[in-house]
Design a protein around this ligand. Structure first.
Ligand SMILES: Cc1cc2nc3c(=O)[nH]c(=O)nc-3n(C[C@H](O)[C@H](O)[C@H](O)COP(=O)(O)O)c2cc1C
Length: 331
């Protein structure tokens, strides 16, 4: 099985990616949060900084692009490939209202003729300027309803999609409704190109459910599950019920897992303190990180409340010391 780290706007930029990668291994590909394409063809400084190779040493990164104009994609793809990348991913899944209102992200699924024209421009334009660049797609399975998915797939099938990553929710579902495994099944039965499953893999059991239902799938992408259980891939690999454990990962204790998480926290705290201006911004970022991480600790609600209520870095640090000394990571 190959494991991908999902693009997570607001969380998964290079500081997080590097800290995670220092303590937890076995991620085959990381996807950058979306980079907005524009008619100027120039990526914003924050986005550029996120993907430059110096900030991603030892990491296989796939930059993800968001937009709705083929020419803008082609220009951004050129900029990205000039940095040495040989794969890009197109975001056709972002459900945010500000994105879909501009017919970007999942908004592209509302008008399949426009989607088709846009993909035609992207694949042809990139093929002319950079024929070796691989173009994968990350998609939802509909805008309003999963019934739209067969027609969406007919559009994708016209292009040499390097890999199709499917999050089987509609745009209207956001992240609320259950994932619709029947629509993923439809893709498994009908698609020629490689597929990757994404959605709600949060523990070994949910991973096993996907493997049991789709035995031919050999790539999964995980997002929130890795933010709240950074050990998840190691747990899966060390669990011989899942597969043969070719990588020889041994089981670890709760104490060992906690040590790695605190190690990762320490790196993140140091890096964000250097990168961000002012206590407020650092607190905001660290609270966001811990609201995911704390879910995997016993007594998480009590800790989460304390973290949320902490008013300054001194208070925040003392809660993290408490977790370091007494917290129990649930294995
Ligand atoms: C905070 C947040 C930010 C996200 N940012 C992106 C993004 O930039 N690009 C993208 O394709 N998906 C984005 N997603 C969607 C995730 O990549 C993923 O598809 C979704 O969370 C479902 O997978 P999961 O259940 O494993 O988290 C984001 C999701 C969340 C919760």
């Amino acid at each position: 099985m190959k494991f991908y780290f999902a693009p997570m706007e607001g969380m998964g930029r290079y500081i997080y990616r590097n800290a995670y990668n220092k303590y937890f291994h076995h991620i085959d590909k990381y996807f950058s949060p979306f980079l907005s394409t524009s008619s100027s063809g120039v990526l914003k400084m924050k986005e550029f900084k996120d993907i430059i190779p110096e900030n991603n040493s030892g990491i296989y990164l796939v930059p993800q692009l968001l937009g709705n104009k083929a020419d803008d994609f082609v220009m951004a793809a050129r900029e990205v490939s000039n940095l040495g990348y040989d794969e890009i991913n197109i975001n056709i899944g972002c459900p945010s209202g500000t994105v879909t209102a501009k017919n970007k992200g999942a908004g592209m699924l509302r008008d399949l003729d426009s989607l088709d024209r846009c993909l035609d421009g992207i694949y042809n334009g990139i093929n002319q300027s950079n024929p070796n660049l691989k173009i994968s797609i990350k998609t939802r399975t509909g805008y309003f309803s999963h019934d739209e998915f067969s027609e969406i797939l007919e559009v994708y099938e016209k292009y040499p999609v390097y890999e199709l990553i499917i999050h089987p929710r509609t745009r209207q579902d956001y992240y609320r409704e259950n994932v619709n495994l029947d629509s993923f099944q439809y893709a498994v039965s009908h698609c020629e190109f490689p597929l990757c499953y994404n959605g709600d893999i949060v523990n070994v059991d949910s991973y096993k459910n996907i493997c049991n239902r789709f035995p031919d799938i050999n790539t999964v992408m995980i997002g929130r599950g890795l933010l709240s259980r950074p050990t998840l891939v190691e747990e899966i690999l060390s669990n011989t019920d899942c597969h043969s454990n070719q990588k020889g990962i041994s089981k670890f204790t709760s104490k060992e897992a906690k040590e790695k998480i605190i190690g990762m926290h320490n790196v993140l705290y140091r890096e964000y303190t250097d990168a961000l201006d002012g206590e407020r911004n650092i607190m905001f970022k660290m609270k966001e990180i811990w609201l995911y991480l704390i879910i995997s600790f016993e007594d998480s609600e009590r800790y989460a409340k304390k973290i949320k209520k902490s008013k300054n870095l001194h208070e925040f640090e003392s809660i993290i010391s408490d977790i370091e000394r007494h917290g129990i990571y649930i294995i």
